[in-house]
Design a protein around this ligand. Structure first.
Ligand SMILES: C[S@@+](CC[C@H](N)C(=O)[O-])C[C@H]1O[C@@H](n2cnc3c(N)ncnc32)[C@H](O)[C@@H]1O
Length: 305
């Protein structure tokens, strides 16, 4: 990014061409190509999130403020700080909050979720007929601020789950900021961009200019911090019937996508279901899953034993 690409906004903060804000008081720091590659590979190895050469400006604009905060004068020093400083875990958490895209909303890609309740869950029920007190475990992996797992909870309340089934909904994300919002369960208008008035009135209470999710829905979802690139934490999760991982892998490089899909394969019960975002597929990633055409959507399935 050149100096010309940066200007100041009315408050005196620097803004680049893409309107990422560089906090007031931070001076522009050049990110040399070699340092950029080191930093982006480090971020990729940690989180799976990949920045192409063309996206170098994102690292500059979002991380320059961190250099100023830690009184570091170059990105090379910042890279070493992230790698070796005793406060590196806290700093990585801040970096993740700055670099992740948390865009989400209630009832997103609804046809797929309808398919979950109208076709997938009945099929799971049919297969667990002989299991006593069966569990039904659904995991929103990369749940962001919670709208996705809470939509599943709302729909479970409305559609009901088979009698005797013990429904468990898990929500995990790498961003602590996003998880804090999930735990609060208070949302502004952008989260309701496709929600009808009936659902807003039935499942939320007004809270100032925002809306608070009802506690009985909130309590249906278990929220945990998890980096999907970290197998140690994932091992602690019980086997899943359904994994919903939508609009997460689009930010990953191919190697990280492959790694993650292998872990999902291990984590799913035999015959378990994997729901990806509409713009995502497993082409060029793996042939281990079967692509299944449901009435309203295409989903992936781990072949039944
Ligand atoms: C665009 S949001 C998608 C939210 C939701 N699944 C949806 O489709 O509406 C992507 C989320 O993936 C999370 N994410 C990115 N990399 C991750 C990782 N390595 N482990 C866990 N979550 C990750 C981000 O923090 C972000 O909240």
């Amino acid at each position: 990014m050149t100096d010309q690409a940066i200007r100041r906004d009315a408050a005196g903060s620097m803004v680049n061409e893409r309107y990422d804000i560089i906090p007031r008081g931070s001076s522009h720091v050049e990110l040399e190509d070699e340092d950029f590659r080191r930093l982006r590979d480090f971020i990729k190895d940690y989180s799976g999130i990949f920045f192409s050469d063309e996206q170098k400006y994102i690292l500059v604009s979002r991380l320059t403020g961190r250099l100023a905060l830690h009184k570091l004068s170059s990105f090379r020093d910042y890279y070493l700080f992230l790698k070796y400083d005793k406060e590196r875990d806290e700093e990585l958490s801040a970096v993740v909050d700055l670099l992740t895209t948390n865009e989400t909303y209630f009832f997103r890609e609804i046809l797929q979720l309808k398919a979950l309740f109208e076709e997938i869950i009945p099929s799971i029920k049919a297969e667990k007929t002989y299991v006593q007190r069966p569990s039904l475990r659904i995991w929103s992996a990369g749940s962001s601020t919670g709208e996705e797992p809470y939509t599943v909870a709302i729909m479970a309340k409305e559609h009901g789950v088979p009698e005797d089934f013990n429904l468990e909904i898990y929500a995990t994300d790498i961003s602590q900021r996003a998880l804090t919002i999930s735990r609060k369960g208070v949302y502004g208008n952008t989260s309701f961009r496709v929600t009808d008035e009936y659902h807003k009135k039935t499942f939320f209470d007004p809270a100032g200019d925002k809306f608070r999710l009802r506690d009985d829905i909130k309590n249906m979802v278990k929220i945990t911090h998890m980096n999907l690139m970290d197998s140690t934490v994932m091992h602690l999760l019980s086997p899943m019937d359904v994994i919903i991982c939508r609009n997460v892998m689009i930010y990953f490089d191919l190697g990280s996508k492959k790694k993650l899909i292998e872990k999902f394969y291990e984590k799913l019960n035999s015959g378990g279901w994997l729901l990806l975002g509409h713009a995502e597929s497993l082409i060029n990633i793996t042939g281990m899953f079967k692509l299944v055409q449901l009435k309203n959507d295409l989903v992936y399935r781990k072949p039944p034993r």
